[in-house]
Design a protein around this ligand. Structure first.
Ligand SMILES: Cc1cc2nc3c(=O)[nH]c(=O)nc-3n(C[C@H](O)[C@H](O)[C@H](O)COP(=O)(O)O)c2cc1C
Length: 382
């Protein structure tokens, strides 16, 4: 059985400081420090704690060439654990996620970031509340004062005042855009859902370069014009549409039903937004999932590619906010989501097609039970 190291791994020396009474009684600082080696790899579900012999063994293996374990000498004793956790691969084994990563065009640090920043089963709402960070006052008292809201780079006398916009409909639209955390139980009509999807996610033009090479024009810009981000819907409350999971076909402007989740849709919705109950009853949620292969087809192992797809999703988010506001709806976007849970429900492999953010929209309720940020009362007129 020949072996090689996985294609991408990063080793972190991590220090743990623990309270130690003995150290305190002996006149020390009361803390003992322990060093650990942690391996991170994008194809693994989590980090792996290694000892120095295992680190040494990994360092002696090639990520490309298959070798007989015998060449490792004494270091080969570390192999069983490294093989079991997936940091080392056997030539006759199933490559799985590692093989897919190897065949993809991920820039390795971006693959690592993408994998490490995903959540599963996290209750961000409870954690934020427990830390006292759910309100502006709590943030201030627990974290101290933030960096200033604006900075000055010249003295006031040197500033060049700019004319203000004349005050057109667009300005009113921008003023009425506010993240909605209070959805009504009123269903959305199919017409409103259709208008939203058309304006935010549909192809407006199709440019066929070759039979197998198509570029789309959409309402938001996209790095390289590739539009790699798909829209998957959690539909909870739309007239005439069965609640469930759907994929949006951006050329056909149609919904494609997907298999029902194992849990109830309500549970999946709440888990997807990481316990943020103020979003969970949105009539429609849209998981924005990027097909990395489409972007990395052009930007191969490119240090800017992941930044570009992240920005793409940001543009889609703002278009979603503005399209919703224009229709009189409330909308939100969040990246505090359990990507792993929603990807599993949608059957997505996160290194091929990963959920980057989640938006939602629906009619706003009459009461502001959960705080919204509308200091001038453009949305919540008193
Ligand atoms: C990338 C991003 C992530 C966000 N995540 C959350 C979130 O997890 N929970 C939430 O309640 N709002 C979230 N928001 C909304 C912001 O809190 C909101 O935009 C901000 O408070 C300003 O309010 P406004 O959108 O009404 O102007 C997010 C917004 C963005 C752009």
């Amino acid at each position: 059985m020949r072996v090689r190291r996985c294609a991408v791994t990063y080793i972190e020396p991590r220090e743990h400081a623990e309270f130690d009474l003995g150290s305190l009684l002996a006149g020390g600082g009361g803390a003992v420090r322990r060093q650990e080696w942690i391996a991170h790899a994008p194809h693994l579900p989590g980090e792996v704690v290694l000892d120095i012999a295992e680190v040494e063994c990994l360092g002696r293996l090639s990520p490309r060439e298959w070798v007989e374990p015998g060449i490792l000498g004494a270091a080969s004793t570390a192999l069983p654990k490294l093989l079991e956790c997936g940091l080392v691969l056997a030539e006759d084994g199933a490559g799985g996620g590692e093989a897919k990563l190897r065949d993809s065009h991920w820039w390795p640090p971006a693959a690592m970031l993408h994998r490490a920043s995903r959540w599963r089963g996290c209750d961000a709402a409870a954690a934020t509340e427990a830390a006292g960070l759910a309100t502006a006052e709590g943030l201030r008292s627990n974290l101290g004062s933030p960096p200033p809201a604006v900075v000055a780079r010249a003295s006031p006398d040197d500033r060049v005042p700019l004319p203000r916009a004349a005050g057109a409909g667009f300005d009113e639209l921008l003023k009425r855009r506010a993240t909605c955390r209070n959805f009504a139980s009123r269903p959305l009509s199919a017409e409103v859902l259709g208008a939203m999807m058309q304006r935010v996610f549909s192809a407006q033009e199709i440019w066929q370069v070759e039979d197998d090479t198509v570029f789309l024009k959409k309402g938001s810009p996209s790095g390289g014009g590739l539009h790699p981000t798909e829209a998957y819907l959690i539909v909870q409350n739309v007239e005439g549409l069965a609640p469930g999971l759907y994929h949006y076909h951006a050329i056909e402007h149609a919904l494609e039903p997907m298999p029902a989740p194992e849990d109830s849709l309500e549970e999946l919705a709440l888990r997807t937004v990481a316990g943020q109950y103020w979003f969970a009853n949105a009539p429609v949620m849209v998981a924005m999932a990027t097909r990395f292969g489409r972007c990395f087809w052009k930007y191969r192992r490119h240090p800017k590619a992941y930044r570009a797809v992240t920005m793409d999703v940001g543009h889609l988010s703002q278009t979603l906010y503005l399209a919703a506001t224009d229709l009189g709806l409330g909308a939100f976007v969040t990246c505090a989501i359990n990507e792993a849970d929603i990807e599993e429900a949608l059957g997505l492999d996160p290194l091929e097609e990963g959920v980057m953010a989640l938006g939602g929209f629906g009619w706003r309720g009459d009461l502001m039970n959960n705080a919204e940020f509308d200091p001038a009362g453009h949305v919540w007129r008193t």
